[in-house]
Design a protein. Structure first.
Length: 574
């Protein structure tokens, strides 16, 4: 069977049949997409997690609860406070005001539920406009929506879903260029990508896919005007014009957003702003290309799609772990790799028979996958936030592949559907932990409140990335009452020791007590794994003065372990 009749660029006749009384394809697309949005928004709202620390950054919204004012964050998520501020203000206008920090957190979760559902509605719309099967488009959308990476983000309160939403919306406007000859969708797409980058910086990396769509739409050989004959466009001028407008608009809007933000931060001068734009204080800890990161890429892929190896702490520990963990992971890896290999083989086999629309979609999705995978290769291959866009591109590629494979013989077409169904069932099993995290009481939150009762006010708590300590610092600690030593070390290296010393001195001078939690009881080996020479470069001995003059006053559960709360007793005060 020939693929040429699969789906062609929309013509005016496709868009102008409302007078007949029939439901046109555009109406179907709108209704289906709206249904996808409503279903997933309700689902995500019902599954809002109580596991606040399931993702990195979920607790950052509490800072806005402490100081409810419009402000900008660091480069990585510059506009996230603005989104939270606008969302909570809109809720207040509608009569809902959070009575406490946890109610505020739940309200921010709803914002991400909205963003996640909107992303899936856009993805479905894009798929359905290329693949002439609502079942296939819906299955791919559901599969992406239930991946571990997406599901955990859409039910939490961190900054990534809004950035993902703006990037998907930008891609949608780029796709509209196939239907709209004017260049205004190009301008909107570029502006939305600038907004996406300002919300979460890596979200800009989907822009090559948009460029492919814009370039292809402007280089189409035939267009059909209503009531007029077809005409050929052979010149490259429309493509270059659209590309120049996209690039110029993106640069101008980006400069405007970041420039204004830096100005409010008292970063003045063009050179100072450019330097601030390219500054990432934690780059020395995470940035780099290593063999270990390359080996971890397939591990990160499987872990962020399926509910396997959730407590991952390295390939060696994974493979030497219990069979109940190793076997499901290896089986899933082999089956998924075989499935992707088969898809690639048949796509290559059918490459000459694809329609221009399907071929362009393949190129856009493949280029999007390549660019959005860069942070995984150079920063962290297991970071679920970085997997959101690559997995969307992969879902698109799989849907296109299954569409192509449906034109093979019946045996291959049936086998592809069965394999895809098995993988989809595995992805849907992520709902088990999602329901559990929604229903189960957050014991770390309860322990953090107990810690607050022990510590009281007018104190400084120095902690790290233990769940109980982080929740205490975000929810219960007074303003300036918590110092995240691990984060400070990741940003500033050994200078964190000087910052700690200054904070301790200020607290003592004001008559307060200094506490350490989850830091002083680290062994030299545990310390060196991140805080020491391997990453941050802080010698274990830098905190000897605090270890030698501190005593345990209580212990708390934090995840699966226990941490000790130390009170610092300086020699001069003993």
């Amino acid at each position: 069977m020939n693929l040429d009749g699969a789906l062609l660029p929309a013509t005016c006749s496709d868009l102008d049949r409302t007078h007949t009384g029939k439901i046109v394809p555009n109406a179907y697309l709108l209704y289906f997409s709206a249904g996808v949005f409503v279903f997933f928004f309700a689902l995500f709202a019902l599954l809002r997690t109580k596991n606040i620390l399931a993702v990195d950054g979920g607790i950052r919204c509490f800072e806005l609860y402490r100081r409810p004012a419009f402000y900008f964050d660091v480069n990585n998520h510059l506009l996230q406070p603005a989104h939270v501020w606008a969302w909570t203000r809109a809720a207040a206008v509608l009569g809902y005001k959070a009575a406490g920090p946890l109610q505020f957190y739940s309200l921010v979760q709803l914002m991400n539920c909205f963003a996640g559902a909107a992303c899936l509605a856009i993805l479905f719309g894009l798929l359905y406009s290329v693949v002439p099967s609502w079942r296939l488009a819906l299955a791919a959308t559901i599969g992406y929506g239930f991946t571990k990476a997406f599901l955990v983000q859409a039910t939490n309160a961190n900054e990534t879903p809004m950035g993902l939403f703006w990037s998907f919306l930008a891609l949608l406007f780029a796709a509209l260029c196939f239907r709209i000859k004017s260049n205004w969708p190009v301008l909107v797409s570029a502006s939305l990508f600038a907004l996406a980058m300002a919300t979460y910086q890596t979200m800009i990396l989907l822009f090559p896919a948009a460029i492919v769509l814009i370039w292809t739409s402007r280089s189409a050989k035939t267009y059909e005007d209503c009531g007029q004959p077809k005409r050929k466009i052979l010149a490259i001028a429309p493509q270059l014009r659209a590309f120049a407008m996209f690039a110029a608009t993106g640069l101008i809007v980006t400069a405007g957003i970041f420039g204004y933000a830096y100005w409010t931060m008292h970063i003045n001068g063009t050179l100072a702003m450019i330097k601030a734009f390219f500054t990432h204080e934690d780059a020395k800890v995470y940035f780099g290309v290593t063999g270990g990161k390359a080996l971890n890429l397939p591990v990160g892929l499987i872990r962020n799609v399926f509910p396997v190896a959730r407590d991952f702490s390295g390939i060696h520990n994974l493979l030497s772990g219990p069979a109940s963990t190793v076997v499901p992971f290896l089986v899933t890896l082999v089956v998924f790799a075989a499935f992707l290999t088969s898809c690639s083989f048949y796509v290559w086999k059918q490459r000459q028979r694809m329609t221009p629309r399907v071929r362009s979609a393949f190129i856009a999705a493949a280029l999007g996958l390549l660019f959005t995978a860069v942070p995984l290769a150079i920063w962290s291959p297991n970071y679920e936030k970085f997997w959101l866009q690559p997995l969307a591109c992969l879902a698109f590629l799989i849907a296109l592949s299954l569409h192509v494979m449906s034109f093979e013989n019946r045996r291959i077409a049936l086998a592809s559907r069965i394999a895809a169904g098995i993988l989809l069932a595995g992805i849907l099993s992520n709902s088990v932990w999602a329901v559990r995290d929604h229903a189960r009481e957050n014991l770390d939150l309860r322990e953090s409140q107990r810690m607050a009762d022990v510590i009281g006010n007018s104190s400084l708590v120095v902690g790290g990335w233990d769940a109980t300590a982080l929740l205490y610092g975000s929810v219960w600690a007074p303003e300036g009452g918590y110092l995240d030593f691990t984060e400070d070390a990741a940003f500033h290296g050994r200078r964190a020791t000087d910052n700690l010393r200054a904070a301790v001195t200020n607290t003592q001078n004001s008559g307060g007590h200094v506490y350490f939690v989850g830091i002083l009881d680290l062994s030299p080996y545990q310390w060196d794994d991140f805080l020491g020479s391997k990453r941050c470069g802080i010698p274990y001995s830098d905190l000897d003065a605090y270890r030698n003059n501190s005593s345990v006053i209580s212990t708390f559960s934090s995840g699966a372990s226990r941490i000790s709360l130390y009170r610092f007793n300086p020699p001069s005060r003993q």
